[in-house]
Design a protein around this ligand. Structure first.
Ligand code: LLP
Length: 415
């Protein structure tokens, strides 16, 4: 049974009625399923079978300490993109020797913190970063393990804002420059070349571009071997997309077979950095209908969650299914689900057939990834509470923000 299901007319996540969570913790509120997160991680691990591999959860998707801690307990590695994310992983009990550090703009302090922690690998994205890392490592008397993130110039066929592997994107080192830069990296005393990294985009549901990118990385690995540079691991980027609507998504086994085929028999360790597919379907955002505002052109249902709580619809025109917490009769109207924020871009869903009344509760599905993690305090709205359910148990894993939290650190002029 899916962790999210109706029982007795009430929407449940695992063994917990979501209406009870809304009553207890208020709305808007994010709720995650422990079982769904753990199953998603294990599905990747199992799909690799006995190939040498590492599953590094992309912390950016959902960085709540409780989420990181569950994954750390399963032996996950972590992909971080800031000193803050690294600090969260360490705080949650993650193993630094399983952390990779991605991102185009790593600051000196962040490099220092990661070197001091002893992370597994820096995924370096430019010649300038290579020099900076070398200097920091020499200054600290350390040797930094590196992979170069190579931009394979493959069209991932996803939303332009989350496509990363094209020549026109800011990410990675152009494939044509990679070989020369590897030679340079190998010559720098503060660096030890370990791997090759690549990432072509997120919410991928077609395996062909992933297959193509993996093939290009395998070819580069062979060229580097000719240059006397041995590559022990390849990092093939984020994970699968998820079915927000009715997208056909390949299985974990198909995905792993596609990316690892060019390396079969090579003994190279394959890392992946899935975020969305581990936590996305494990979470919902609960919201309550404040007002109904039917109109001549459109019917607006004004709910208490907004673009600051779940930014994906406003930013990418993303689709999240909206489910009533109590099963209703057939809908007679379609609704625009909108928040209270003062922008017309503040919508959560368009044109949904729902039988709605003021005070009703809804769950926005598939909100576990890039939901809370991208939330803000726009319009001085405290960010939602976060809750984890585990069977019949309910844990508050982040208290709803208070107004005092919001102005902490602000100072008015004395005169
Ligand atoms: N590794 C790197 C280097 C990445 O840039 C990303 C995502 C991932 C791993 C994780 O990819 P995933 O498995 O989650 O597809 N905010 C957007 C998604 C941005 C993804 C950016 N990079 C959204 O809400 O759709």
């Amino acid at each position: 049974m899916s962790p999210l299901h109706y029982r007795g007319g009430a929407l449940h996540l695992e063994g917990v009625a979501l209406a009870a969570v809304a009553e207890r913790f208020g709305t808007p509120c994010y709720v995650y399923s422990r079982a769904a997160i753990e199953a998603a991680y294990r599905a990747y691990d199992a799909a690799f079978r006995n190939r040498p591999h590492r599953v590094c959860y992309a912390v950016k998707a959902n960085s709540n300490l409780a989420v990181l801690n569950l994954l750390a307990r399963l032996g996950a590695g972590f992909d971080v993109v800031s000193g803050g994310e690294l600090a969260r992983v360490l705080r949650a009990g993650g193993e630094p020797s399983r952390v990779v550090f991605s991102g185009v703009g790593k600051r000196v302090e962040e490099l220092r913190a990661a070197l001091a922690a002893g992370i597994a690998c820096f995924n370096v994205e430019s010649a300038a970063e290579l020099d900076r890392l070398n200097a920091v490592a020499l200054d600290m008397g350390r040797v930094a393990p590196v992979a170069l993130r190579v931009n394979p110039d493959v069209d991932a066929g996803t939303h332009p804002y989350i496509s990363t592997g094209l020549k026109t994107n800011k990410f990675g080192i152009p494939a044509a420059d990679a070989r020369a830069l590897y030679r340079r990296a190998a010559s720098l005393p503060g660096l030890a070349v370990h791997g090759i990294a690549c990432h072509i985009g997120s919410q991928l549901t077609d395996l062909a571009p992933l297959r193509e990118a993996a093939g290009r990385i395998a070819a580069l690995r062979a060229e580097l071997a000719e240059d006397g540079i041995a590559i022990g691991h390849v990092d093939l980027g984020g994970g699968l997309g998820i079915a927000y609507r009715d997208e056909a998504v390949p299985s974990h086994a198909e995905y792993v077979a596609a990316i690892s085929a060019p390396f079969d028999g090579s003994g190279v360790e394959i890392s992946i950095e899935p975020g969305r597919s581990i936590v996305g379907a494990a979470g919902v955002l609960l919201t309550r209908v404040e007002h109904l505002k039917p109109g001549a052109e459109r019917n607006f249902a004004i709910v208490d969650a907004a673009m600051n709580d779940l930014m994906r619809p406003a930013l990418y025109d993303a689709y999240h299914a909206a489910l009533p917490l109590r099963e209703t009769g057939d809908a007679t109207q379609t609704w625009e689900l909108v928040g209270p924020v003062c922008e017309s871009g503040d919508f959560l869903a368009h044109s949904r057939s729902l039988a709605l009344a003021e005070g009703d509760l809804l769950a926005l599905r598939d909100a576990g990834a890039y939901g809370f993690a991208m939330s803000s305090n726009y319009n001085t709205r405290p960010r939602p509470a976060e809750v984890m359910v585990d069977g019949e148990r309910v844990h508050l894993i982040r208290a709803r923000e208070t107004l005092d939290d919001l102005w902490r650190g602000e100072v008015v002029l004395a005169d």
